[in-house]
Ligand binder design. Structure first.
Ligand code: GUN
Ligand code: FE
Length: 395
């Protein structure tokens, strides 16, 4: 493969947190607080995925869109419906994206609508097992296997019986786990009120904080929570666009990197409006600057912001690539021997391109690259977007 003078080779990105069935709502109703947004917009949309036809249409579109955006690996929340979730698995297999897919568990009748919840904890666990085995079955014909993921939606949606059962299943099948943790004041407060413990401690109690666990958002995690995550090698999925709307605070991503906690980047469609990890790289840096500077002009400049070190472009790029790869235990995210050839080829034809230093070119590239600049995407050495597009005829 020969690159032209205006092309560059980059590792494919890893989206460490995305809700596949929320794709039709990307960019909708972001003015509501999290609890209302879930009840009024999100659960009603996800309930439609009991139709496999609808699921297939949405998921095929989403997987192709993410690949075109340079995302070669994604950790997906599905919906509660097994048939629909298997359409997502099939879309990953068909379009050759490295997929991690979870059947969402939400069985708490107090916090979920009657038309969109698991019938009982026992049923949720049975369905999770069936889903895992169905994925293994589909993987038999696959070039790139999809990994099933244990997926309690978050504490408010789940009974303690379901949480305990999912902890056991994760251990029994040795599978990754994903959930939300301390995303907002409301969610953080729910654990304290219901369990008299912090969100992270409750998840840990149920065996859900393993070295294969990815917890989304975490804007309200405290130092003790982060110590727990560090000790148990739990990963954080930083979703900087979504966090502006629902997080109630800015994640101290730089400090989390400095304390060597595992952390990657997620779009959180549709809490985040954009399917692009490039956009999330940029927002991670923008939010980090705002955290440093503060926001209230009436305060003295010295006390207005945190004045804590800010993310660099290298930090954000690391989260989008190596950070995500380490979180999922996959040798990807780097262009080197021993890693999968999960790659994107992008072009830029800046007139000043040749006169800038490599560092400035790197920053400018990541600030200015979008889908239109992505010429080809490869997953595990095969072109899946661009010329000689690879599409396995997966029936
Ligand atoms: N917490 C529980 N469910 C969700 C969801 O779908 N999106 C976000 N951002 N937070 C959640
Ligand atoms: Fe989320």
């Amino acid at each position: 493969m020969q690159l032209s003078n205006d092309q560059l080779l980059l590792p494919g990105f890893i989206d460490l947190h995305i809700h596949a069935p929320q794709w039709p709502n990307a960019g909708v109703a972001l003015d509501l607080p999290l609890e209302d947004w879930l009840n009024v917009y999100t659960f009603p949309l996800e309930s439609k995925f009991q139709s496999s036809d609808f699921a297939k249409k949405v998921y095929e579109d989403l997987v192709q869109e993410l690949l075109a955006q340079g995302t070669t690996t994604a950790l997906y929340f599905g919906s509660v419906h097994n048939a629909g979730n298997l359409e997502l698995v099939k879309a990953c297999l068909k379009y050759q994206q490295r997929g991690f897919v979870g059947k969402v568990v939400m069985d708490n009748p107090q916090q979920t609508p009657a038309n969109y919840r698991d019938e009982s904890a026992a049923q949720a666990l049975t369905d999770t097992k069936t889903f895992i085995n169905s994925v293994y079955e589909l993987n038999k014909k696959a070039r790139i296997a999809v990994t099933p993921v244990i997926t309690p939606r978050f504490l408010p949606s789940c009974t303690s019986e379901a949480l305990a059962g999912l902890g056991r299943l994760a251990r029994q099948y040795n599978l990754p786990i994903q959930s939300h943790c301390s995303e907002s004041d409301w969610e953080n407060g729910y654990a304290l009120q219901q369990y008299h413990q912090r969100d992270a401690a409750v998840l840990d109690h149920f065996g859900l904080l393993t070295d294969k666990a990815v917890m989304a958002h975490g804007t309200l995690l405290n130092e003790a929570d982060l110590d727990l995550f560090h000790r148990q090698e739990v990963s954080l999925a930083h979703c900087p666009i979504s966090n502006v709307y629902f997080g109630n605070a800015i994640l101290p991503a730089k400090q989390i990197l400095e304390r060597n906690n595992k952390i990657g980047l997620g779009t959180d469609i549709s809490g985040g409006f954009s399917p692009s990890i490039y956009q999330n790289i940029r927002q991670a840096i923008i939010s980090s600057h705002q955290r440093y500077e503060g926001v209230d002009a009436q305060l003295d400049p010295q006390t207005r912001g945190t004045k804590a070190p800010m993310l660099t472009m290298q930090n954000a790029f690391y989260m989008a690539t190596i950070g995500g790869a380490l979180s999922l235990h996959v040798p990807t995210g780097q262009i080197k021997a021993g890693c999968y050839a999960d790659l994107q080829i992008v072009h830029q034809n800046w007139k000043t391109f040749q006169t800038e230093t490599p560092q400035l070119r790197f920053e400018k590239l990541l600030y200015q690259t979008d889908k239109a600049n992505i010429d080809q995407v490869l997953v595990q050495g095969k072109i899946v977007i661009g010329k000689e597009k690879y599409c396995e005829n997966h029936k």
